[in-house]
Structure formats: C-alpha cells, structure tokens
Write a protein that binds this ligand. Sequence first.
Ligand SMILES: [Zn+2]
Ligand SMILES: [Zn+2]
Length: 283
Amino acid sequence: MHPTPAGRHRDGSPRVTRHPRPLHLAATSPSRLLRADQSSRCRQCGQPVHLYQRTDRRPIALHPAELPTAHVPEPCRWHLSGGIAHPHGDGSAWCRIPHAVLCPRRTPACPPGLRLEAIRRHLAVRTRRLIDTGNLAPLPPSSTAPSAGPRPPARPVVQILLVRYLAPGPLNSLRCVARTRHRHRCPRPVLSAGSPVGRWRLLPASPQHGQSALPDIPMALYDLSHLPHSEQLRWRAQRCPAHNAGSVADLALPGWEPFDPLAHAAHIHTRLPHSPAARGRAS
Ligand SMILES: [Zn+2]
Ligand SMILES: [Zn+2]
C-alpha cells in the first residue's frame, strides 16, 4: 500500500484540519455555562477586543490586556467579576479599560494620560498597517470623527423629552416615516421650515449617573427640551409636521438609537458645530 502524502486523504483529496473554537468556563461564573471565546475585533480600528456583558446585560468591548490601575483615570477603570464587567476598579493594582477609550479611530473619551496616549499611538500604528495591507478599509474623509468640530455631526445626538438618541443621519436628512395616501413613504423632512428648532448645546456626556466609564466631558447635542411636548413627540416619532397628529400608518421605523456614551463614543463631539447647513445649528 502506498503511503498517504501528508495533508491528503487516501483518495488524494486535501485533508481539512478543523480547529474547534476554544470554550471558556470562568472559574467564578455564576451561570457555569460554557462560552465561546469572547475575542473579537473593533469594527472601526480592527484591533482585538474582548467582549463582556455588563451588569445591565449590555455588551462592552474591553482592551484585551489589564493595565496598571495607576495609569488609568478612575472613571475609565473596569474589572471583571463572575464573567461580568463592572464599571470601576476592584481595589487591585490592575484593571481593565474599555477599548473605546483607546481606539485610535474614536475621539478620546478619557483625559489621555501619557501611558494611555502611548497605547493609543501603538494601536494607531497597527491600524495603519492593517489599512496598508488591505485588511481594513480606510475611513472616508467625511467620517473622521476626531476632526468633526465645525461641521455638523454625521450622526448627531439629539435630546428628546430628556432622553438622548443617536440620530440615524444628519439632522437635515431625517425623513418622515409616515405612509402617504399613495402608499409611499412621505418625502418630507422632520426638520421642517416653519417649525420650532432645537438648540445645539454642550452638556456632560454622562449626565445622570456617575458609574459611566466616561468622565463628564462636555459633548455637543441637539436639544429639543424647550420645544412643546407635541413637537418633541413628533421628532421622536420621526414625522413631518403634516403627519404629526394624523392616524396614518408608518412605512418605516424611526431610526433613533438610545444614546450610549460608551458604545457611541465615536459620535461624541466636544465642540459645537458651526455650519450654515440645516437649521439645526447652534443658537
Ligand atoms: Zn477600535
Ligand atoms: Zn410626513
């Protein structure tokens, strides 16, 4: 009988070696469930992250390595307990840090100490390498978040009825979701001439709770709080003034996402936009 060449079946077909995904069981996990590897990559910079669940069950992407607690500003310290990520240190000399704080493609969310700045620079070089080797798409010039200042944000944060939402697109592109009599989606904008307008304001990025991973940096948001209640409801329903009170059906879902200062750190802008575009400018 002929010896089988390495890497081939006897019939000559290639032997496919399957590498099973490693499963982890955290020694302190209360659920004792096996979990697939939590390693992932940041979609913006391509760098490795570890995904964990927070106490409120939302996911958070942490930098894979622990850092000396002394190098991490207090609001950015996290620790793991029972497989759950907690937004503060645990008193030890080491802590975890959200990737959003270090991500080279996002606005720095912490006061950048020398150590964190060095890690960011290191990640930026690796991201550059991924782009140069064709493994990561370069950012289109308009979406370079850190430089957004004078221009209106591509996805502004809007405060409606005291709740913050991330808009699906620029304010002047928000289109009514109602269905017209011709069974088409209404083409009219939400930000409509003749309707009262909101105000651009700088307000703390994490207003109500001190347990956020972000320090209270000021962020630009489009505030509707001073508008009549019915107007704010209209904005939240993403409807034009003509379809504000009507009982017509919607043809699409409003595109608002509840704003999360950590998950949406890339959309935090620390300067008010100045632009003649739209009537959503600072007032
Ligand atoms: Zn990143
Ligand atoms: Zn409409």
